[in-house]
Design a protein around this ligand. Structure first.
Ligand code: AMP
Length: 181
């Protein structure tokens, strides 16, 4: 299955993606994780991405799209993938669509994890990641509203809404059932 996971920062997409990846047998591809790995290894890509991530801003699309395309070209992603954190803008969605069309592939669906904003802030403050201070959280939420939320309309009837409030297992069961599994 080729799926995109959408939802505000702190919606628990990463946790759900890891579970779905195991159950569906396709890799979890998280742009945030890829960037953090590059930062950890001190690669040129990591050095370039770090200042944007620390500020809660989007890394430039050309850099991000190149990283995603090269990850999608790896062997384990040939039969499917769960994209977590990409696309984050309509422009990125168009790049992904073109990339898939070139290979005569298409998305099976877009899971949209829905959650109230106060729950999101609480979850982010609790996980304590480097970019999870209050100011950065505010920036990331406003980037989400301005740049990422329009993807819900963009994807239209390909959107599969999932209630992302509650326990991890419960949310996972909702996602599996929405996928007909
Ligand atoms: P995440 O782990 O998905 O919350 O991503 C952490 C940070 O990585 C974001 O706040 C952005 O700075 C950057 N990032 C992740 N995915 C993207 C993307 N698709 N486009 C631009 N920046 C991204």
């Amino acid at each position: 299955m080729r799926l995109v996971l959408l939802g505000p920062p702190g919606a628990g997409k990463g946790t759900q993606a890891a579970l779905l990846s195991e159950k569906l047998g396709v890799p979890h591809i998280s742009t945030g994780d890829l960037f953090r790995a590059n930062i950890g290894e001190g690669t040129p890509l990591g050095v370039e991405a770090k200042s944007y991530i620390d500020a809660g801003k989007l890394v430039p699309t050309d850099v991000t799209a190149r990283m995603v395309k090269s990850r999608l070209a790896e062997n384990d992603a040939q039969e499917g993938f769960l994209l977590d954190g990409f696309p984050r803008t309509v422009e990125q969605a168009e790049i992904l669509a073109d990339h898939l069309t070139e290979q005569s592939l298409e998305l099976d669906g877009v899971l949209n994890f829905r959650i109230a904003e106060d729950v999101v802030v609480e979850r982010m403050l609790a996980r304590g990641r480097a970019d999870d201070n209050e100011e950065t959280i505010r920036t990331r939420l406003s980037v989400y509203h301005d740049e990422t939320a329009p993807l819900i309309e963009h994807y239209g009837d390909r959107i599969i809404p999932i209630d992302a409030e509650g326990e991890v297992d419960e949310i996972n069961a909702r996602a599996m059932s929405a996928l007909g599994k």
